[in-house]
Design a protein around this ligand. Sequence first.
Ligand code: DGL
Length: 261
Amino acid sequence: MMKKNSAIGVMDSGVGGLTTVKELQKLLPKENLIYFGDNKNVPYGNKSEEEIIALTRRMIEFLISQDVKVIAVACNTISTIIDEISKDYDIKIIKVIDPVVDNIKNTLKKDKVGLIATNFTVNSGYYDKMLGNIRVFGKGSAELAAIVDSGKIDREEVKRIIKLHVDKIIEAGHVDTIILGCTHYPILKDLFQECYPDINFINPAFQQAEAIKDYLKEKELINEVEDKYFKIFTSGDKDKYDVIMEMLDLEGPKEIIQYKD
Ligand code: DGL
């Protein structure tokens, strides 16, 4: 039996899922949050499907052990494979991709869109399949998520990498809208925008948070108690969370806990 005051569980390979936390804090300010960042194993986007599935099972099972009421997969890479395993768990799992796809289908003026994501996400063809008749011009980055996750962001170097990838997307598709299809990337949104002021960069975390709110409303599981907590479990370095939380202007107080297998 799910309880209103149980936390929303949020998981990602690293710090990227904090972009979903940011939208959840805006939309559902009274919710307790339990975050799992598998920073020890980031980046997932360069791993095999078998490896990602094994690591994902471990995260889901940990969050279930924390008695969460819903799980947000705040990772595009995991979202592309989660259907393979979500049937093995009773808990509701909400992906980061599907809600934004619905929104794009209803709002996009052109019949084409750009996508920058991990190699795994681009190669999976998941966005292409979900977007149906909308043509996707995708480009994977092997390095961007790991750079963000390191917490050491050299703005000029990051802009150079962004341009390397985004120029290719624009050359190929002449798109005016590009999905930031890795949750680590909206942390760099100002740099994307600085490089391409006329492009509309989409952050899928917003629609994911809306989908979570709709689900909690439907199940009458919205928390009403004021005294909330925000716990972050990480398999990696605890210190980088302060840097990223500051970049995202996230709300505290929070407790950062070392996760050990
Ligand atoms: N944040 C993840 C995503 O949205 C992936 C980063 C990674 O681990 O490669 O795809």
